[in-house]
Design a protein around this ligand. Structure first.
Ligand SMILES: [Zn+2]
Ligand SMILES: [Zn+2]
Length: 333
């Protein structure tokens, strides 16, 4: 099968990825073999390709927003029929036995493994997934529209939960890419007033079209104090900016897996009055199932741009440069 492999992690324009031939994987015990029908392009794939995240598996195939079809089930892989549509997301494995897993925080499991980082992912014609970590998907949405929900959507949802936004509250979103545009739809559908701070005319136009109450430049102050904020851009410089925009008691939730250094904070302006900064680390499977259900209920849909699988490197380069709004999705060619 054709698959992309991160052979030399480095700047995306220096071609860290290679399109190679790999054998179609054999599903192990408890695993499903999945024919990939669509795979979303996530910023984390860029971090894996550029070496912002350390190499966990040399030559890994990125991709963790897979919508595919079950073609084979390994021994004891339960819950999915052959031919069923299935979702493969970031969380690939947890031990289920540690303190964190036992208290319902499997996203913090020290033994966790991730799709497209520790194991090969969906920038390929086939991939495998443990049946226990695969998602059932709603029938009435097409593959391409669903794919970005599987990481961008789920992480945005976890970040929104971590932000503890009061009902009907004012939410600030810093950066408006794949994850933020899904998070905004859910927050607005649930009654929030959403203020977007982002660069790029396309992203700003998308924010307006989705019902943002205000849209401003990346470092601008929103027109009202915020009850909660989420930073999606991987830029530590935004943290003090967002903290200053918070109202007393406000919470900032940092959605990225990677963030450049946060500058020194001024206690009086940026933390006092019980403002809080919270990180977001991956997600639990319950987060995933909850979000997919809410997305179906509220009609949360990704704005997508499709690229053929053979142009995955172009999609990553365009993502880095901010050349599209919403999310890119790879489809087999
Ligand atoms: Zn664990
Ligand atoms: Zn992701």
């Amino acid at each position: 099968m054709r698959a992309w492999s991160v052979t030399r992690p480095g700047p995306v324009d220096e071609h860290p990825l290679e399109l190679v031939d790999k054998p179609v994987p054999t599903p192990g015990a408890g695993e499903l073999l999945v024919r990939v029908r669509a795979c979303g392009v996530c910023r984390t794939d860029l971090h894996v390709s550029e070496g912002d995240l350390p190499v966990h598996r040399p030559g890994v195939t990125p991709g963790h927003e897979v919508v595919g079809e079950v073609v084979e089930a390994g021994e004891g892989a339960l819950g999915f029929e052959r031919g069923a549509r299935v979702g493969v997301a970031w969380l690939h494995h947890t031990d289920g036995t540690c303190t964190y897993c036992k208290r319902g925080s499997e996203n913090l499991c020290p033994a966790s493994l991730y799709t497209g980082w520790d194991v090969d992912g969906g920038y390929a014609e086939y991939t495998t997934v443990p049946a226990d970590f695969a998602y059932h998907l709603p029938d009435n949405v097409d593959d391409v529209t669903l794919a970005p929900l599987l990481c961008a959507g789920i992480i945005g949802y976890r970040a929104l939960k971590r932000a503890s936004l009061p009902e009907g509250g004012r939410l600030g979103l810093y950066g408006f890419g794949g994850s933020a545009h899904l998070c905004a739809q859910l927050a607005i559908a649930q009654g929030a007033e959403v203020h977007v701070m982002t660069r790029g005319a396309q992203a700003q136009a998308l924010a307006r079209s989705l019902g943002a109450a205000s849209v401003n430049g990346a470092y601008d102050a929103p027109p009202v104090p915020l009850d909660a904020a989420i930073t999606f851009a991987p830029v530590g410089d935004l943290v003090p900016v967002a903290m200053r925009a918070l109202d007393r008691g406000g919470v900032l939730s940092i959605a990225g897996i990677h963030l450049s250094d946060i500058p020194a904070l001024n206690y009086e302006r940026e933390l006092f009055y019980e403002k809080e900064i919270r990180s977001v680390t991956a997600n639990t499977r319950d987060d995933g199932r909850e979000f997919l259900e809410l997305a179906a209920r509220y009609g949360v849909a990704a704005t997508t741009h499709t690229y053929p699988l053979s142009k995955a490197d172009q999609a990553l380069s365009d993502l880095k440069a901010g050349r599209f709004d919403g999310a890119a999705v790879l489809v087999p060619d």
